[in-house]
Ligand binder design. Structure first.
Ligand code: ADP
Ligand code: ADP
Length: 232
């Protein structure tokens, strides 16, 4: 479902080039929850953001559900990204829009007709247990509730893939657990393949079927937790 083939990313900093990600590969099967763990600066976020071309790889190829994203033009990429949801550490909600409008926004961008949009917004807020908060603004919600709105937004276009960048790092342990349960439910009920970056090993152990360890811009290890003999 997700294939990163020999992707790398270099940034120019002053006169120097920094290797954020060195040529590295990762394959995630449909229905899996792939964790990426490692220390700060290891390249996790850059790797994740290359999976939907939020960061353009310096080299290498990205495939989602058999389609090579790195070969698409801008219009085709916009279309392909609709099947890739993303959530962030700091939620990235529009603060002057209601929860419902935050979710509806991505449906509008996908040219979904108004009546269908309203129905889908309701469904998505229902899935994350926030149907009653539709008309509230992000500032009126707790951190966990904001992340649930972000999950509802990410689900709106029925994605095949959900990319999660430190989704619980701003949350307390109890709220973290509830967000992980929602991610698990989305994976199970809607067969959404998940790739999740975290520096919190407990989060990865709680949620992920596979855990890749990143160090110095490369994946150094891939642990398959569905095989109990190598349970980390
Ligand atoms: P992680 O998510 O594991 O903390 P990142 O992917 O954010 O790691 O960053 C990997 C490395 O790339 C770090 O050294 C970081 O400073 C560098 N880096 C990330 N983004 C940029 C950027 N936009 N410009 C320059 N360097 C960057
Ligand atoms: P950080 O990792 O520092 O918290 P974020 O992940 O919150 O940063 O956001 C990084 C960048 O991604 C921002 O510049 C934001 O505008 C952009 N961004 C946020 N959400 C989306 C989205 N759904 N699609 C494309 N770009 C986005």
């Amino acid at each position: 479902m997700i294939t990163l083939r020999e992707v790398s990313k270099q940034y120019k900093v002053g006169r120097d080039w920094v290797d954020a990600v060195k040529p590295t590969s990762l394959h995630v099967e449909k229905g899996q929850i792939q964790g990426i763990i490692g220390f700060s600066g290891a390249g996790k976020s850059t790797l994740l953001r290359m999976a939907n071309l939020l960061e353009l790889p310096t080299a290498g190829e990205v495939y989602i559900d058999g389609q090579e994203l790195t070969g698409l033009n801008a219009g085709e990429l916009r279309e392909a990204r609709r099947s890739i949801g993303m959530i962030f550490q700091h939620y990235n909600l529009l603060s002057n829009e209601t929860c419902a409008a935050n979710v509806e926004f991505v449906l509008k961008a996908a040219n979904v007709p108004s009546k269908q949009r309203k129905r889908r917004v309701e469904e998505c807020l229902e899935i994350v247990g926030l149907a009653d908060k539709a008309r509230q603004y992000p500032a009126q919600l707790s951190g966990g509730q904001k992340q649930r709105v972000a999950i509802a937004r990410a689900l709106a276009n029925n994605p095949k893939v959900l990319l999660c960048d430190e989704p619980t790092s701003a949350l307390d342990p109890v709220t973290t657990l509830s967000i992980l349960e929602f991610l698990e439910k989305i994976n199970r009920e809607f067969q959404v393949t998940i790739m999740l970056v975290t520096h919190e090993i407990q989060v990865a152990k709680r949620l992920c079927s596979q855990i890749a360890v990143m160090e110095g811009g490369v994946i150094t290890e891939q642990l398959d937790r569905s095989r109990p003999d190598i349970e980390p």
